[in-house]
Write a protein that binds this ligand. Sequence first.
Ligand SMILES: *Cc1c(COP(=O)(O)O)cnc(C)c1O
Length: 378
Amino acid sequence: MLDFSRQYEQISVEILAAIERVCTGQHFILGEEVQQFEAAVASLCRVAHGIGCASGTDALWLAMAAAEIGPGDTVLTTPFTFFSTVSSIVRTGARPLLADIDPKTYNLDPTQAAATLVGLPKRSRVRAILPVHLYGQCADWDAFAQLKKEFEVLLVEDAAQAFGAKWNNRPAGSLGDLATFSFYPTKNLSACGDAGLVTTGNAHFADRARMMRAHGMRERYFHEEIGWNSRLDTLQAAVLLVKLRYIERWNQQRQERARTYADLFQQQGLVEAAVYPSHGVVLPYVDPRGTHVFHQYVIRAPRRDALRAFLAERGIGSEIYYPLPLHLQQCFQNLGYAEGAFPESERAAKEVLALPIFPELTQEEQERVVAAIAAFLS
Ligand SMILES: *Cc1c(COP(=O)(O)O)cnc(C)c1O
């Protein structure tokens, strides 16, 4: 599914030199590399501020805490995402409200989001919509920008999977009032451990995020609010600065591999031009308004679990993102959603399969993956 060693081989000399520099300097917390990395990401995202923190999960919490989202507030998001999109809302003290996905892109469906907001009682304090750029493709930001005006809400991007993605040529990270990234080792831009970052064009939010990631203090040992310890390690920032020089090329290589999969599936006659599969595979839909960075290459397949087992027997890794939508998770039962509440998310959970995709994946390996799927479907 993923072979990290192929990337490390290319850049190990630079990574080790960067680590050595930090160890020599002995400035491990919020050192110079942290500010350099924050500035570099902000500049790439074309926003004024980047605030490094300990993980993508913390970045979500920090972004909302910076916007003073908390108890009594509601935040609307998707049930078809990684756990922490929703858990971080709960962690602020706000209440998560869910709406279903668009079955083509798997992203929060703006039409469903609007219908959910219209149906709410007048006094519900919906402060923000939190779309996720799932698998590396931006959510429909034209529509969400419209909803922002209509419902007077903030927009927060969960861009954990979308570093380098664009919407109408605008980078992920610059679309919302605030945006969050994760640099978890499997992400397109990854640290040697956990790391995350918030971007924003809003100086007030940026200032609050910096305060909240450092125990709610501006002046040492004087605490304005109950913040948290969520700083970005200097070591991780140093590693990320090295990898930042390569990310554009790596994202292009992911896009090339996505095209290769599409060509191979076409050549084998396996593609089903439908939203849901009955006999062939449904390829990822790429919205022409965006630039997809293929954090994952996700197909829909008939008899998905049997296919996954068949591939595993042949030494081919695959993954399911995500097998159980969040509204059906045991820990979120108190949100009050029953099975059937979000049919598209529930259906996607049964049909999606992520195939191996990373910059160093070879053509020969991709041919093996597609040949095995062809053998299964024949
Ligand atoms: C990875 C991920 C996160 C969490 O990031 P961590 O760095 O693992 O805490 C949040 N949301 C989405 C969509 C993710 O993929």
